[in-house]
Ligand binder design. Sequence first.
Ligand code: F6P
Length: 556
Amino acid sequence: MTKDIAVRTATAANNPAPRLQVWRELEAHFEKIKDLHLRQLFADDPKRGERLSAEALGLHLDYSKNRITDETLSLLTKLAHVSGLQERIDAMFRGEKINLTEKRAVLHTALRAPRNFSVLVDGEDVVPKVHAVLDRMGAFATRVRTGEWKGHTGKRIRNVINVGIGGSDLGPVMAYEALKHYSDRGMTFRFVSNIDSTDLAEAVRELDPAETMFVISSKTFTTLETMTNARSARAWLLAGLGGDEKSVAKHFVAVSTNASEVSKFGIDTANMFEFWDWVGGRYSMSSAIGLSTMVAIGPDNFQAMLSGLHQMDEHFRTTPFEHNLPVLMGLLALWYNDFFGAQTVAVLPYEQYLKRFPAYLQQLTMESNGKHVTVDGKRVAQPTGPIYWGEPGTNGQHSFYQLIHQGTRLVPCDFIAFCQPLNPIGRHHDMLFANVCAQTEALAFGKTLKELKAEDTPEWLAPHRVFEGNRPSNTILAERLTPETLGKLVALYEQSVFTQGAIWNIDSFDQWGVELGKVLAQAIIPELESKADPKLSHDSSTNNLISYYRKSKETV
Ligand code: F6P
């Protein structure tokens, strides 16, 4: 599809008149209910907790502790309809080039489609290609895991280091940490992303090069951080293996869309696992970018994760908005962002294995929806992209929850919890789960001055101990954290991001905002490294910083 046709499709689906009309209705409705307290909403409807819950694919979403009424939900779903959300969903799954500014299809959903599916990109069915790569990955992962793949000196590979950044790091490291319980504990997995040499130095510390494999993961294979780390990793390996260039083939594999750059780097393309330009970096953990995850947890568990992703994709594509988990979550995030003026969403997993989940979500949500213009280049009319952040519970309770409970800002929260622990010890899990319930209850209902007085709290102290409540939260429950459940959770957030972006009518799949800094850094590197004093022509602050650094370097 050409850009013009694509723009027309997108704007036709987002005919501004009905959208504006519903937006006005939502504004009027917001004025009516903005001060309504969750205490009141629950008192008025004793079955609210059951009624405002949705269940799908083994995930239970309790959204009753949100500052919404039935009318809010009906207006929000109406907004989704008039914004052309269903048309956009269909266009994405059909392989249309909905990433308008990069003229690309957006088909991470094809990466987890079963073999018997068919997804056309420019008239070609991509599902057979996807499965061919998955099969190669499976065979490779098995060879490494069983020790059949030997290093240059004949030793088996025991350490795998993924070198990548952004989507080529955050997905793999999050999935590895999340699914560590299912991983091969006889092997060590590490992740290097930062161009700060400490990252690589610490990752290779105490490892035997003869037992170490590097997975160089980069969609473009040109990213400064990854290529710099990959070259230094190569030097480390060669230094440890007597400088024999032939060793690279046994210790380096690549994951990329760019075969020519892979071979220029010196990696045999026979050791390259391919993906395609219709996979965005932050949506790539289900592509070959997941190679290190697959080596860690094995092909069957990786397949189970893909199945979870696919199930949620299908739920998103086919379920009426009122029961559609990603749509509901997307609409609620938009409700707080655009009407209550909340600037952030806290994601609070009560599962230690999900410790990197909030960091992963930061790229997914903010690189996708941190946009200031619509698909047709006009300034957006509402704030977009809330800031996602978080930490696992209960740690967060002893640090930043104070602000969420008693601060002056509204911070909508997503609590994620599991009914069964992966490492049951004594009463830990009951205590953990009690904290999930307690926190959402305290946030919603708080503690009034009257209640404090009834407890004989001294008058001077009482205001400090008041919890106003009315702080909204979602609670997402599942039975236990499995590869399949992780897949469902990831797709839940991916498609919630899609929902929000579709309503804002922005391109959730480009990332031009990361470019300027990259270009400027390329100009500054020689100014830091040149022997002769460079002629600096930046602003006075930047010039000063560069000079300060150069002076400090001279003293070393
Ligand atoms: O700079 C941002 C970005 O392009 C991300 O979107 C991407 O995930 C990351 O860099 C890494 O890119 P690559 O996989 O091409 O090295």
